[in-house]
Design a protein around this ligand. Structure first.
Ligand SMILES: NC(=O)c1ccc[n+]([C@@H]2O[C@H](COP(=O)([O-])OP(=O)(O)OC[C@H]3O[C@@H](n4cnc5c(N)ncnc54)[C@H](O)[C@@H]3O)[C@@H](O)[C@H]2O)c1
Length: 362
């Protein structure tokens, strides 16, 4: 460990193990030089992040034959057109199975770069350089890659682990405040799943987090990555416990689809989805009313939404939830809570229950 703000974690998945390096400044690619040295590299970013950080990353990849693929920004572009653009850029760069993709951006870029890496020549190496809080604590770690389909979010994808995750927390200083808050939505999720004490920690550190204290941010990111690592190590391909990471996501994906990915940011949708999950847990008798209140207070303190936008109806959301990958025989599989930090998988939720819970969150 270099100083108080530099941290290193390892995700242990046998041959697919990799380091997660957290630094307060700079892109620590020197630490993983064997992964990129002497290779052709395609750096995938977007038109917001590339002007800010691509040059620094290219400098850090000294001696590599690097080309850039700069995509249009936004969740609306997390689609097959962008994915094909990455593959076209790889072809133009003459990349082989031993070359390397590097993502530079938020979760959208991480997911699409990972999916391009998974599909090019049946799978090549890639490195994640996440630049939003959400992607630093969640999207860059764990190997879920993919793109959206018009029918729903992340319907096309693959499990493909990166070879390293390089986090430069200074990139968060250019992140819009609303995007930063959205990242907190995913952080609260970890607390809701199985880390009640982390909810207390987030409440205590709220001011320092909002002021971007480098020490606190580094601690926040390391704690979240450690939670995610623990879950992914137990269940890499989401056969069981990893599904808990979807707390708030089934409602959240429907919220994103309902607004064509333009109403709620992903982390905002997850935050509101968690409130709905807490309400449903209460209505089904699994927990008391206070759980929803505690979550709402914390989320609201970070500027996250806790009520459904008037333009979306409960019926519309439930219709969209039918398309979710987790619906089986008309019954919904959702992550509910028995209390803070006590999430569990509930199969067999009826649509009428979903409707009632959503209506109580308007
Ligand atoms: N694979 C997974 O396990 C996983 C987990 C959670 C979320 N996700 C996915 O992540 C996506 C959401 O990620 P996100 O919230 O990072 O959104 P995003 O990638 O759209 O980034 C948010 C915005 O911030 C901009 N940006 C990024 N870094 C910046 C910086 N340092 N300075 C200034 N602007 C910056 C982006 O260009 C974008 O406009 C969703 O598609 C979601 O499905 C995936």
């Amino acid at each position: 460990m270099k100083n108080q703000t530099s941290k290193q974690l390892e995700i242990n998945l046998g041959q697919r193990s990799y380091p997660i390096l957290i630094n307060p400044d700079g892109f620590d690619l020197a630490a993983i030089e064997p992964l990129w040295s002497g290779k052709k590299v395609l750096l995938v970013s977007n038109d917001v992040v590339a002007p800010l950080y691509a040059e620094a990353v290219i400098d850090a990849l000294e001696g590599c034959d690097v080309k850039c693929c700069v995509l249009p920004d936004g969740e609306v572009h997390k689609n097959s057109t962008s994915w094909l653009a990455i593959l076209d850029a790889m072809a133009a760069h003459g990349m082989t199975r031993t070359d390397l993709l590097v993502s530079l951006g938020g979760g959208v870029i991480c997911d699409m770069t990972g999916f391009a890496a998974a599909s090019w020549m049946r799978g090549i190496d890639f490195i994640q350089i996440p630049t939003t809080l959400l992607s630093q604590i969640d999207a860059s770690v764990g190997g879920k890659t993919g793109i959206n389909h018009a029918q729903g979010k992340n319907l096309i994808g693959a499990f493909h682990q990166p070879r390293a995750v390089i986090i430069n927390t200074a990139t968060l200083n250019t992140l819009p405040a609303r995007e930063f808050a959205a990242g907190i939505g995913e952080a609260v999720k970890y607390g809701g799943i199985n880390q009640a004490q982390f909810i207390d920690w987030l409440s205590t550190k709220q001011q320092a987090i909002l002021e971007h204290s480098a020490v606190v941010l580094s601690e926040l990111i390391a704690q979240c990555c450690a939670f995610k690592v623990q879950v992914v190590e137990q269940d890499e391909k989401e056969q069981g416990v990893r599904a808990l990471l979807n707390l708030g996501h089934t409602f959240g994906h429907a919220l994103e689809t309902a607004t064509n990915y333009q109403g709620y940011l992903h982390g905002e949708a997850v935050a509101l989805g968690m409130v709905m999950a807490a309400e449903l847990s209460y209505q089904l008798g699994y927990c008391d009313k206070q759980l929803r209140k505690t979550l709402e207070n914390l989320l609201q303190g970070f500027g996250l939404p806790i009520k459904l936008d008037k333009e979306i109806t409960a019926d519309q959301l439930v219709r969209l939830m039918r398309l979710d990958k987790k619906v089986q025989s008309g019954k919904h599989r959702l992550i509910l809570m028995k209390g803070l930090g006590q999430a569990f998988i509930e199969t067999g939720v009826e649509e009428s229950d979903l409707l009632n819970a959503i209506k109580a969150c308007t």
